[in-house]
Each structure stands twice: as structure tokens, then as C-alpha cells.
Design a protein around this ligand. Structure first.
Ligand code: P6P
Length: 339
């Protein structure tokens, strides 16, 4: 992975990078690039609000409960509205679905509305009030060809392996967009001086082994045995003879971003409070699993590949463990041992 600007200090913006990628597909209309500009514009607006959260009336709860039964934070509502608005202006999007909306929004029926975007506008938003990292996750699907002329909200119930692109924006010490359309995973840092996402981490590849595991250990007694023994095995040095340390921020995007760059493993196993897992399959686990796999890692739920799970509902939850090659080899060894 190259993390330096190009030798002659030429910057490559996200738009330029995608234009170069689009040239691999002769005859492309540019509609996909226009769709992506809706994500970059909306997340720049969100970033500007996050950066001043303590100075504007966006901290704290919005006074409503979302479809997940969670108290909506004011910034959840703001971020959701911004993404719905700017993505809704993209002719090529037929359906939008958000963690904050109970049902998907079927926007258009025209054939040109061939894309579906599913997103979590502000993952980990409870971190906002304590100035800890938060993120936006998004997954881009194509309208299934075998459906008649009508968009239907079930069009989006596709396994994660059908994603045509996915990414997240991490509002951390800097704001960074991490994205893949299947040709490598690339990181773009928002340069506030020019208002552009600039290529800063080209072709992110996960290290073969890291040194951290990332899990909420408060739930460890309720983990299924395989997961509990896995974490204990990491601590005891049973994975590659390395005794792992722990890092956990409580915002999946931030915990996964560290793992993508430094290696290791992130897991949210089934717990008593969330027996089916806490993460949402369509707009949290799937985009992350897509990125992790394209960066050389693996993402699973039990003994199943996350990207093979066939969703039954838009807000379906799942457990997830995702990590680098050695961490996931060790996990599959624990699975096989029925530990
Ligand atoms: P816990 C945030 O609410 C989230 O969905 C993920 O971003 C994060 O990894 C997880 O929940 C944290 O859950 O139970 O550890 O607070």
C-alpha cells in the first residue's frame, strides 16, 4: 500500500480516481461517477457538522427512537437527511435504504434508475458527545435484471457478494473515505483546505498478522464457546505465537479501519442481548466484509461467509468476525475444533 502523494506531489482526487477506473469500462455513461459524487458531497457536509458538533446544536438525542429501538442522536437525523437528499438527486438511484428509515424509499421506476444504495448514515453516533470517532457506511447494489418493470423494496435483498461497490467514511482524527469497486481498496483523506477527498492510501492490503483483537469483552461470558475460546486463544499466544492486546472504540468503522491498516481481527459475536448478533447485515456487515475481502482478509458469521448470507429483511442483524489471514485461519481452526 502506498501512503505517499505521488512522486511529483500531483494529487489524485476521488473523482479523478474513479474517472480513471471508469475508463476501464468503455461506453460507461458517467452515471456511477455522478452517484458517487452524491456520497462525497453528503459526507463532506456531515464531516463539517461533526467537526463543530460541540459548537452547534447537534449533540445529544433527537427525542425519537429509530426502527432499531435506539434513541436517535441529533446528528443521526441530520446525517440521514443529508444523504437522502443528495443521493435522491441522482437519477441513477432507484432505491435508497437507511438504518434510520423503517422501509426503503423507492424513488424512481425508470430503467436508468439501475442502482440501489443502502447506508448507515452515522454508525457509532453515541460517540459524538464524547468526541470519539464515528462513521458512515454504504453499499451499492444493482437493480436485479430479472425483475419486471417495477422497482420493489425487495430488490435490495441481495447477498453481499452482489455488491458492485462499498465503502465507509471515518470521521476520526481526519476524515477518510475508504472505498472499493472491486479493483483494490483505496483510502482518500478529506483535505479541508481544498474540500476534496485526496488519494492517501492506495491499494490497502491487510497485514498477514496483526497484534490486536477488537471486541466488547464485557459480553464474553455470553459468547458461544467457539468465540470465547478464540479470544482466550489470542491472549494466550495460540495464533502465530503472538500474545494479542486489545483495542476497542465502540464504533465499528473506527475499529475496522485500524484492523484494515494494521491487521488483526474485529468481532461482534452473538450475545444474550443480541443472540443474532448486533451488526446490521445490509449496511454494516456487508460493506465491511466486501472491503475486508478485497484487502486480503475474510469476514464470517459462524461458519458462513458474510457475503453469502441471503438477507430476509433490510434491517436484519448478524454476528461478524473479520480479520487478516492468520487471525481468520486461527478462527476456522477453533470452529473446526468445535471449541
Ligand atoms: P457495543 C454502534 O452502535 C455499533 O453498531 C457498531 O458501530 C459498534 O461496533 C457496536 O455497535 C458497539 O456495540 O455493544 O460494544 O456498544
Amino acid at each position: 500500500m502506498s501512503t505517499k502523494p505521488h512522486a511529483d506531489n500531483t494529487i489524485i482526487t476521488f473523482e479523478q480516481h474513479n474517472l480513471l477506473e471508469t475508463q476501464r469500462y468503455p461506453g460507461s455513461s458517467g452515471a456511477f461517477a455522478w452517484l458517487l459524487s452524491g456520497i462525497t458531497l453528503a459526507t463532506k457536509i456531515i464531516a463539517a457538522k461533526v467537526r463543530r458538533a460541540g459548537l452547534s446544536d447537534v449533540m445529544g438525542e433527537a427525542g425519537a427512537v429509530n426502527v432499531q429501538g435506539e434513541n436517535q442522536q441529533k446528528l443521526d437525523v441530520f446525517s440521514n437527511n443529508v444523504l437522502l437528499h443528495y443521493l435522491g438527486l441522482r437519477e441513477s438511484i432507484g432505491i435508497l435504504a437507511s438504518e434510520e428509515n423503517e422501509t426503503p424509499l423507492v424513488l424512481k421506476q425508470e430503467a436508468e434508475a439501475k442502482y440501489i444504495v443502502v447506508f448507515d448514515p452515522l454508525d457509532g453516533s453515541s460517540n459524538i458527545d464524547v468526541n470519539a470517532p464515528v462513521g458512515t457506511t454504504f453499499s451499492i447494489l444493482r437493480r436485479p435484471h430479472d425483475v419486471g418493470d417495477r422497482h420493489d423494496q425487495n430488490d435490495l435483498l441481495q447477498s453481499g457478494r452482489h455488491q458492485i461497490a462499498a465503502g465507509y467514511v471515518l470521521y476520526g482524527s481526519s476524515t477518510m473515505l475508504v472505498y472499493s469497486a472491486g479493483a483494490g481498496v483505496h483510502g482518500f483523506t478529506l483535505d479541508p483546505a481544498i474540500g476534496a477527498y485526496v488519494l492517501s492510501h492506495e491499494n490497502i492490503r491487510m497485514p498477514t498478522q496483526g497484534k490486536w483483537y477488537s471486541v466488547n469483552e464485557a459480553h464474553i461470558e455470553s459468547f458461544p464457546p467457539t468465540y470465547r475460546n478464540y479470544v482466550e486463544g489470542l491472549r494466550r499466544g495460540e495464533c502465530g505465537s503472538k500474545r494479542y492486546a486489545s483495542r476497542y472504540i465502540g464504533a465499528m468503522v473506527a475499529d475496522v479501519h485500524r484492523m484494515l491498516l494494521k491487521g488483526g481481527v474485529f468481532l461482534y459475536p452473538p450475545t444474550i442481548d443480541n443472540p443474532a448478533g448486533k451488526l446490521r447485515l445490509m449496511y454494516e456487515a456487508n460493506p465491511i466484509a466486501y472491503l475486508v475481502e478485497h484487502a486480503g482478509g475474510r469476514a464470517m458469521c459462524g461458519d458462513q461467509r458474510i457475503l453469502d448470507i441471503r438477507p430476509e429483511s433490510i434491517h436484519q442483524r448478524t454476528a461478524m468476525i473479520c480479520g487478516g489471514p492468520m487471525e481468520m485461519d486461527f478462527y476456522e481452526k477453533c470452529l473446526g475444533a468445535g471449541r
